[in-house]
Design a protein around this ligand. Structure first.
Ligand code: COA
Length: 237
């Protein structure tokens, strides 16, 4: 027996368009159907509540593209920004050479991890990395679905923090990740349990918080992280 229909609202130029998710339809598809006659794509504002909130943003275009070697100076700068350094392990060497040694092989496609740059209106503001969870055996043992696509992300430019772009960069990344792994049924991220902004951003794009577990870190320590999963069929279709 199916429950009551999930409701949604899409805000467009100050007007709220109300809609509902049909049986078997994803939230993203229902939002697109709700704005069918309008050219722009709805993006999530907050999908964690009973009413799923989307927005049509006519001012800011958020895109995700593959990282190239030319992005490494930005990357080196972002990794030492206080708000990133707190949550993103660096192995200590944050020189351009160190960052190139660490991320260059993934940029060149030599590891299971792919690196991406997030742009707002053509300007690079942050990065994401993704991988099939099962390609990292230590991590895969701790997660509910080893076939999930794992993701880590950061907004590197401090001036772009706290304005809803964390949610937007994840949303822009999702179709790209699913083109690489079309059979994946879930997306997975595991922020530190103290990283409230990251946990909240995952809530806002449709992830659900799951079990807490201790994840070994590259520096030999252990972080207690919260496994968060997004069900592709429900949210994206
Ligand atoms: C995580 C990150 C990408 C979020 O990006 P962002 O653009 O600032 O996020 P948003 O503006 O979309 O949303 C942040 C949400 O967290 C909330 N938040 C921020 N700091 C918070 C805190 N200390 N306690 C509780 N909530 C907090 C904000 O209020 C906002 O929620 P709201 O929209 O309901 O008000 C960004 O903070 C970042 O790059 N952090 C450093 C790297 C990092 O932590 N990466 C994740 C590794 S798993």
């Amino acid at each position: 027996m199916s429950g009551p229909a999930v409701r949604l609202v899409v805000r467009d130029r100050g007007h709220d368009l109300l809609g509902a998710v049909h049986e078997g339809e994803s939230w993203a598809a229902a939002a697109r159907r709700t704005v069918a006659s309008r050219p722009a794509e709805p993006v999530p504002v907050d999908l964690s509540g009973e009413v799923k909130q989307f927005l049509v943003d006519h001012d800011n275009r958020v895109a995700v593209r593959p990282m190239t070697p030319g992005d490494l100076p930005d990357m080196a700068r972002w990794l030492v920004a206080d708000h990133v350094r707190r949550w993103w392990p660096t192995d200590g060497d944050t020189t351009l050479e160190g960052v190139t040694a660490r991320y260059g092989p993934s940029i060149d496609g030599m590891t299971p991890t792919r690196m991406h740059v997030a742009e707002v209106n053509g300007r690079s503001v942050g990065f994401l990395q993704d991988y099939r969870v099962r390609d990292h055996p230590d991590f895969a043992m701790l997660t509910p679905d080893p076939d999930a696509i794992g993701v880590d992300y950061a907004i590197g430019e401090p001036s772009w923090l706290g304005r809803g772009f964390g949610a937007r960069l994840l949303w822009a990344w999702m179709p790209r990740a699913l083109r690489r792994f079309p059979d994946a049924r879930s997306l997975f991220a595991a922020p530190d349990h103290r990283n409230a902004a990251s946990l909240r951003v995952l809530d806002k794009v449709g992830f659900s918080r799951g079990v807490w577990f201790d994840e070994p870190q590259s520096d030999g320590g252990v972080a207690t992280v919260v496994g968060c999963t997004l069900d592709v069929a429900t949210v994206l279709g």
